[in-house]
Design a protein around this ligand. Sequence first.
Ligand SMILES: [Zn+2]
Length: 303
Amino acid sequence: MTATPRPPACKLTGTPEKGYAVRANRDIKRGELVIDEAPLYTLSKPWDVDAIKLKLEHLTREQKEQYLKLSSVSRNDMSQIESIFRSNCLPLGLSNPMRIQATTEFGIFHKISRFNSSCSPNVRNVWDEKVKRMRMVAQRDITTDEELCFSYGMVLAPRAQRMEGLKKDFGFECACAACARGEDASKKSDGRRAELARLMKVIRSMGHDPSEGVRMVRRALKLLKAERLTDHEDHLYYYGYLFCVGASDITHAKEWAVKALDALVLSVGPYGDGVELMRKYAEKPESHPCKGVFLPMTLSGPK
Ligand SMILES: [Zn+2]
């Protein structure tokens, strides 16, 4: 007996006039791979129009047509082929709790570049350096026909700032679930996101007070949940683990490490960057090089 192949997770809807949208073709579970794709071409910053022309010369005719059909924000100072690249390129960086790598390399994609933006995204773009492909991974359970969106950036900025930035860089008025809230709800959301941004900065330097560090991690996780965001969840659990392993509290370190592993797998997929190392820490929490760097103390777990 052979298993029936599952239908593709996403489909392209819309028209060039009304704008395209990528939607769920069936129900999708959090952590599931939605689509993966190799870039049409990649470029490193800083690029210019000649570099783009050179890349286009190496594409097949079909690929070139796919490229020219991508939407772009028209800018007076820029040719159309450059504007298409700027409006649709995605960073090819890796981000896992153990290795945050800033990147200067960007890629452009026939299908993935069609995904629209949301400040309450339900998918995330994850670059796989080993196979040189971009993956879109579901960040929550999604129902059939729901639009699939990732964040074009600035997700923790206040609504007014996000809307201004998206309008300037990508030419659209963001009307996502987070930006379409009423005044009151929006103010509360801005407050939570600002607090999250602050905590994400401060937590990293809480080595002098691991117990306060753990409290901050727990607070940030609550705020993430209230905002229906999953960005940084794996990082936050990992910080909880670091505080505990640093204070030689191995029992709680293990609880945090197991949560960090689960969150990382949901965020980047089971074979994503950093999963293997995080699995090692979850199995053997005392193996981290930061074990015992703080005074020994009993902290607390994720719950
Ligand atoms: Zn928005």
